[in-house]
Design a protein around this ligand. Structure first.
Ligand code: ADP
Ligand code: GLC
Length: 523
């Protein structure tokens, strides 16, 4: 089974959030089961600098509004085969999706249109006898135009699965981009990729893909309703028999308190006293007082989705609880201001670091007593999974993947060993604070708290449960695909572009695992 996995992020090379985590981990988990998964990424500088064994596979000519580009075959860490699209005109910039002022790049339609177009070219077979996927797996709006390109290339029949990581990000663009993207006029229709007079990349994926998955069973249900359907609930209801929710797994190598090189002291369920050292170190680092009170942690994009305003609202009440708060994140200016004000007003109790800092994220997971995620909606969420593995019970709003992965602590669930955190229902500061109080009370009972930590740490959130579910979908899709395509042609025939060249192995030097340090978040 050969799968082309198409994405815009890939941890540890490029990441602005959980999309990067999942796209970095799932392909490797699938490879471990014997599937030949190759990843296709835009050639961001952080990708081209970090990969090894670069080899030119094809030169792809300018067409429609797309500038010329080069398709490189290379190797990511852990020997993961990867294709990168080298197109400096579109990708040689600091921010993945936005400039420094958090404005979307005006040519994002072409930047991600090219990702989809190259995926379609690879599906067709870049040259006779070249590697071709049996299935295409596209992630989020960035890759979601791929099934549209396949749909409008009638000789091409490669089944396509779209995974929706967040329905709120849709890739909406002016209809003026239709011709530059090389899309036929008939695609711009209500049963096609038109969405309120604009082009919607995500809708294209929802309409033209063979299967749709999202990242938790509860979110799969929620997005079929008006409240969380972002205007696409009708489309999703229409395809509900093709829609599945599969809970994300985590990279158990990168997120492991027993082996984590980024934390002050490594620990496991049998050596939980090591966590206290991480707490003390985190407090020193953030200027929080060393006191006998619980420390709550937050690592998040600062957006309404994450309920960061609720965190700012409860912050002034923590000193009296008593408890402390350590926050790391970046995003909306208003939320940055609210949280920074709270930190200034409560020195020693509330600490806020604005920015993107992977190592500090690990130190908060290890050093906090409990982790806060009061999300208004959450397709899956990764931090509540990491928290459980780090013995840092999460306090979550019961929505999406949070509802599917955290078992609320009650007398019953604590007694039967299933409790792993705290869940609350209403997305308001009052309900959130009640859950925080419950956690702070239990924390005082050291014995019960330890039980809760151990339950959480015993949960297996690796990919062993979920990766086979994707494998099953691939099998089914490729078995039922009616292969009507003629013998694969060269890239020049594939939508009329490009010539083949060879021989630029190692054209650029790899410079280690450069990460995209863009403050700009995913759009
Ligand atoms: P989302 O992708 O919606 O932002 P997730 O919970 O799925 O939320 O994943 C967030 C990922 O991004 C986690 O790995 C988290 O640690 C990381 N992250 C978010 N903000 C920051 C930040 N400011 N610094 C470092 N890591 C961050
Ligand atoms: C999105 C969602 C988040 C999910 C992540 C990975 O960023 O907001 O909930 O965990 O994708 O699937």
């Amino acid at each position: 089974m050969r799968v082309l996995y198409v994405a815009s992020e890939y941890a540890p090379l490029v990441k602005t959030g959980g999309l990067g985590d999942v796209c970095g981990a799932l392909p490797r988990a699938l490879r471990a089961t014997g599937i030949d998964v190759r990843v296709l990424l835009p050639g961001y500088p952080a990708v081209l600098d970090a990969v090894r064994r670069k080899r030119l596979v094809a030169a792809i000519g300018a067409q429609h509004g797309f500038p010329p580009s080069r398709l490189l075959r290379c190797e990511a860490p852990h020997a993961q085969p990867l294709y990168a699209i080298d197109c400096p005109a579109l990708y040689a910039r600091e921010g993945l999706y936005q400039d420094r002022a958090q404005r979307d790049w005006p040519d994002n339609a072409l930047r991600f249109g090219l990702l989809a177009r190259v995926a379609a070219i690879l599906a067709r077979g870049i040259a006779p006898r070249a590697w071709r996927p049996d299935v295409l797996h596209c992630n989020d709006w960035h890759a979601a135009l791929t099934p549209a390109y396949l749909h409008f290339a009638p000789t091409l029949r490669v089944p396509c699965i779209l995974t929706v990581h967040n329905l709120a990000f849709q890739g909406l663009f002016s209809r003026e981009f239709l011709a530059p993207l090389g899309l036929p006029p008939q695609s711009f229709a209500i049963e096609g990729l038109e969405f309120h007079g604009r082009i919607s990349f995500l809708k294209a994926g929802l309409v033209y893909s063979d299967r749709i998955t999202t990242v938790s069973p509860t979110y799969a249900r929620e997005i079929q309703g008006e409240a969380l359907g972002c205007g696409l609930d009708g489309v999703l209801r229409g395809r509900s028999e093709r829609l599945t929710g599969i809970l994300n797994g985590i990279d158990t190598g990168a997120w492991d308190p027993k082996r984590d090189p980024l934390i002050a002291r490594r620990y496991g369920p049998e050596s939980l006293e090591g966590k206290a050292e991480n707490k003390a170190a985190l407090r020193r680092e953030l200027g929080l007082a060393q006191a006998d009170v619980p420390l709550f942690g937050v690592v998040s994009r600062f957006t309404a989705q994450k309920g960061v305003d609720l965190v700012a609202e409860i912050a002034p009440r923590l000193a009296a609880l008593p408890a402390q708060l350590a926050v790391l994140g970046s995003g909306d200016e208003d939320l940055v201001r609210l949280l920074s004000d709270a930190a200034r007003a409560h020195p020693g109790t509330v600490a806020v670091r604005v920015g993107y800092d992977e190592a500090l994220a690990h130190r908060i997971e290890a050093g906090a007593d409990a982790f806060l995620m009061p999300s208004r909606f959450e397709p899956c969420g990764m931090n509540q999974l990491y928290s459980q593995r780090y013995g840092t019970p999460p306090i979550v709003r019961a929505t999406g993947g949070l509802a599917d992965s955290v078992v609320d602590c009650s007398a019953t669930t604590l007694a039967d060993g299933s409790a792993t955190g705290f869940a609350f229902q209403e997305p308001d500061a009052r309900s959130f604070f009640v859950a925080i109080e419950r956690a702070a009370r239990l924390w005082r009972d050291r014995h019960a708290w330890r039980r809760l930590q151990k339950n959480a740490m015993a949960r297996d959130f690796g990919w062993t449960a979920s990766a086979p579910r994707y494998a099953e979908i691939y099998e089914r899709l490729s078995a039922t695909a009616s292969r009507s395509a003629p013998a694969p042609a060269g890239a020049s025939a594939a939508r009329g572009t490009g010539t083949r060249r060879r021989g630029t192995r190692g054209a650029r030097s790899a410079r280690g695992r450069a990460r995209a340090r863009s403050a700009a978040r995913r759009r």
